[in-house]
Design a protein around this ligand. Structure first.
Ligand code: GLV
Ligand code: GLV
Length: 330
């Protein structure tokens, strides 16, 4: 019997071709512009041996059971897998894979772009000109904050955090990281609260887990250096968004650059009205080449599992990990 792979979005001819060449029947969610609803998803996965999924789709035990016992692989087209119940998958013998590395540069680029946009007020200045107000050059006109000499505090010095550090160093920023491990790349590590008290810009690069949810809340905002900038290209719920809006309203923060949100796709209204906040709609990996690499890697991982091989980038089950990532280790 031909095995079926359900693909929740059109990944393009390269990745779909790879799946088809492996002899699988490939069923693709037909709507390019709208993700499948939960019921479409449940219908789609029924009888599937593989699921290729996006981060906006919840993959849980109910869905795995609905798919059936032949389900062998859930392949995420993302590095983050917080939408997938990894333990429920592990209990059913389902392999979960993701797409690390291929999107590291793109995501670090966006974080760097947000730092530049917030510190130099690029988006606010653009919006000002489009209002067609009169203006003239002045020594204090649209004064922002230089990057050179500023301290960048990285929370989560992994692949993306390290890639951001390389970029920021080229702009003359000093780099520190939260955590207690040994310094990597010569980057000094400080306990989170201490790091927050000295960083001019704080950028988040940890996965979302039960331990990192609201990692940055009222206490952390209170610890931050006055007029700090917060950048989040990781996952929205890492930040207590209500506390963020309060910290912005009180003037404690200089600004924020956000690509992800606590209630995606909803945006907190307190963020939408602020000039010193730059908002992008979860586009960290949205480069043409990056997305193509993600799609190919997700397809390769799927084929590898379905043909009895080892996937390139499996996701370890957290309960089986010896050193789980937790708030304590960042
Ligand atoms: C994007 O957010 C990803 O996790 O790949
Ligand atoms: C997170 O996924 C990272 O690579 O830093």
């Amino acid at each position: 019997k031909t095995r079926r792979v359900y693909v929740s979005s059109d990944l393009g001819p390269g990745a779909l071709g790879l799946l088809k060449e492996s002899g699988c029947e490939v069923v693709v969610h037909p709507d390019r512009d709208r993700p499948p609803s939960r019921s479409e998803l449940l219908d789609g996965v029924a009888g599937a041996s593989g699921i290729v999924t996006l981060l906006s789709e919840k993959m849980d035990g109910e869905l795995f059971d609905h798919a059936g016992p032949q389900l062998a692989v859930v392949s995420a087209v993302s590095v983050g897998t917080d939408n997938i119940d990894i333990e429920a998958a592990a209990r059913r013998g389902i392999t979960v894979t993701n797409t690390p590395d291929v999107l590291t540069a793109a995501t670090a680029d966006l974080a760097m772009g947000l730092i530049l946009a917030v510190n130099r007020r690029i988006v606010e200045a653009d919006a000002f000109l489009r209002r067609r107000e009169s203006w003239s050059w002045g020594p204090r006109f649209f004064l922002g904050r230089d990057l050179e000499g500023e301290v960048l505090g990285i929370v989560g010095y992994g692949r993306i955090g390290a890639a951001l550090a390389r970029r920021a160093r080229a702009f003359g920023m000093k780099i520190i990281a939260a955590g207690t491990g040994p310094a990597r790349d010569g980057v000094e590590r400080l306990p989170l609260q201490e790091m927050l008290s000295v960083a001019d810009v704080v950028s988040l690069h940890v996965p979302l887990t039960a331990e990192t949810r609201h990692l940055i809340g009222p206490r952390e905002f209170a610890s931050m250096k006055p007029r700090a900038v917060v950048i989040n290209t990781a996952r929205g719920p890492l930040i207590d968004e209500g506390a963020l809006v309060q910290a912005l309203d009180s003037g404690r923060l200089r600004g924020a650059g956000l690509d992800v949100y606590e209630q995606e796709p909803k945006i907190h209204p307190g963020l939408l009205v602020r000039d010193n906040v730059v908002l992008t709609p979860h586009i960290g990996s949205a480069g043409e080449q990056t997305r193509q690499r993600m799609a190919m890697l997700a397809a390769e991982n799927t084929v590898a599992v379905l043909t009895g091989g080892d996937p390139k980038t499996p996701v370890a089950c957290p309960t089986a990990q010896t050193e789980p990532i937790s708030a304590a280790t960042v």
